[in-house]
Design a protein around this ligand. Structure first.
Ligand code: SF4
Length: 157
C-alpha cells in the first residue's frame, strides 16, 4: 500500500500547534508507517509539492505571503485541515485587527526599537489590513478548533 502524502503549513501562529502534533510521541512512529511527510517546517522541502493528500494548516492569514501560500496549498491538496483556533477563527493574531497593521509596525520597529528605527520593507512580508481565518480565503475540509490542540486531537487514543 502506498503511503499518503502529508504536509503541514505554518502561517501566522506561534508554532504551538506543531508542537502539539509532535507531542504524539511514539505514535509518530505509527503515523510514519502510513504517511510520507512531504512538506513542513519540520522537514527541509522548499516548495509545496503537487498532489498532497492531507495538509494540516496552523495559523491565520495575516500577510500577503500567507494569502499567496494558502491559495497555493489549497490548489495542490486534496484535504485541508484548519489546525487550532488561529487557523479556525483568527484567535491571537487577529487581536491586532482593531488597531490595524500600521500601529503594530510602529510599536515594534519605531517606538520599541533602541537603534535603527525604521519599518522594514524587505524580508518582512507586507501585512494585510486585517487578520482572517483561513476559511475566508479557501475551502477548509476539516476544522480542528482548540488553542492549542492536544495529542488526542490527532489520534483516537
Ligand atoms: S491555536 Fe494556539 S497553539 Fe495554535 S498557533 Fe494559535 S495560539 Fe499557537
Amino acid at each position: 500500500m502506498s503511503k499518503l502524502k502529508l504536509a503541514t503549513v505554518w502561517l501566522d501562529g506561534c508554532s504551538g500547534c506543531h508542537m502539539s502534533f509532535l507531542d504524539m510521541d511514539e505514535r509518530l512512529l505509527e503515523l510514519a508507517e502510513l504517511v510520507d511527510l512531504v512538506y513542513s517546517p519540520l522537514v527541509d522541502a522548499k516548495e509545496f509539492p503537487d498532489d498532497v493528500d492531507l495538509v494540516l494548516v496552523e495559523g491565520a492569514v495575516a500577510s500577503v505571503d500567507d494569502e499567496k501560500k494558502i491559495r497555493k496549498v489549497r490548489a495542490r491538496s486534496k484535504m485541508l485541515v484548519a489546525m487550532g483556533d488561529c487557523a479556525v477563527a483568527g484567535n491571537v493574531p487577529s487581536m491586532r485587527n482593531p488597531m490595524g497593521p500600521e500601529a503594530i509596525l510602529d510599536r515594534a520597529y519605531i517606538e520599541n526599537a533602541s537603534a535603527q528605527q525604521q519599518i522594514p520593507c524587505v524580508v518582512v512580508p507586507k501585512l494585510l489590513q486585517v487578520v482572517r481565518p483561513i476559511h475566508e480565503y479557501v475551502k477548509v475540509d476539516v476544522f480542528l478548533p482548540a488553542a492549542h490542540p492536544r495529542r488526542t486531537h490527532f489520534t483516537r487514543r
